[in-house]
Design a protein around this ligand. Sequence first.
Ligand SMILES: C[S@@+](CC[C@H](N)C(=O)[O-])C[C@H]1O[C@@H](n2cnc3c(N)ncnc32)[C@H](O)[C@@H]1O
Ligand code: SF4
Length: 400
Amino acid sequence: MPEDGALPGHALAGAAGRPLGFYLHVPYCATRCGYCDFNTYTASELRGSGGALASRDNYADTVVAEIRLARKVLGDDPRPVETVFVGGGTPTLLPAADLSRMLAAIREEFGLAPGAEITTEANPESVDPRYLAELRAGGFNRVSFGMQSARQHVLKILDRTHTPGRPEACVAEARAAGFEHVNLDLIYGTPGETDDDWRASLDAALGAGPDHVSAYALIVEEGTQLARRIRRGEVPMTDDDVHADRYLLAEEALTAAGFRWYEVSNWATTEAARCRHNELYWTGADWWGAGPGAHSHVGGVRWWNAKHPGGYAQALTEGRSPGAGREVLAAEDRRVERILLELRLADGCPLDLLAPAGARAAARALADGLLERAPYEAGRAVLTLRGRLLADAVVRDLVD
Ligand SMILES: C[S@@+](CC[C@H](N)C(=O)[O-])C[C@H]1O[C@@H](n2cnc3c(N)ncnc32)[C@H](O)[C@@H]1O
Ligand code: SF4
């Protein structure tokens, strides 16, 4: 990774035809949830490492410095930004003015496309009507709340600090503040969660009136507190059959409420309610990820930043790129990546992307009812509902 972050000339070839997005990572949380292995730090985890540079107080300035570096690296690339997604961590631990200041730097340096989608993630306990109104006034038009569950005992296993009912109130507050699009993130398959608990979470989420819902099977990540608790036998592991049943319950409840899936874990009420930022990742567009540990992709070049907020800020303070490493994707890597990502979409992936072994696997998946017949006959691999339940396995077979 060159110190100035310069890209090889070929990365910007054909850029005009690809949308450009920004991801801004905010690596701070008030407390760490036992299941989470995202690159985020509590105040006590940061104490003694990174000093003032790693602190929340300076963070917006540091990210603005990276946005200015992005402008230099992308040179006279004239594209305005189509999507901005502020994620974490807990972006809403920062003052709303800091989030708006980072967005303003993107607007100044690149310009925002008309109708650009500007999202922030928010933890339900960290916002109030005033905070949301400030974000809206700063230019945000979409907010994604980490609801996870409506049941207290499930929230407790997940170490969530908000109370049941708070995420639903957040949706109402966001609508009152003028947010056009509101997402709720849910997690299913938490140890101790029953089918009834999950149904109650879906009902509560849908009752709140979001236009987008993400529902993720709980992943027990190695090295997390939850993994240790499961290993010690303190909490039971959820099995795959339970995950499949919960997914079917989600599909049923969401479809009945007028939502349609557009990616295996994502449902929206209309096409306009889909998360365009995530679609940009899934379709191999260009995005600049700012912040510690953030990944970027421009024209087949992928790079990632220093992981720790201290080292990240140090680089930018010294006028260097915070990039820690990069790779240039070969044509074969890009083909495999396209299959991995596009097969999870409701639009599916073109069959002509598949190698001979993958094409034979697709024919078997069709016979097994894992791929839809009509799109297959029109040259595309699209998962059936049963295929979605087994998405990881189908994808593995088709990339052969
Ligand atoms: C990393 S969080 C960041 C946003 C915010 N701090 C929050 O917790 O809502 C984004 C989403 O990732 C999902 N997530 C994080 N860790 C997960 C895991 N181990 N298994 C499944 N989903 C997970 C949660 O649904 C969460 O809302
Ligand atoms: S609040 Fe979100 S980012 Fe922070 S530890 Fe919990 S799940 Fe991870």
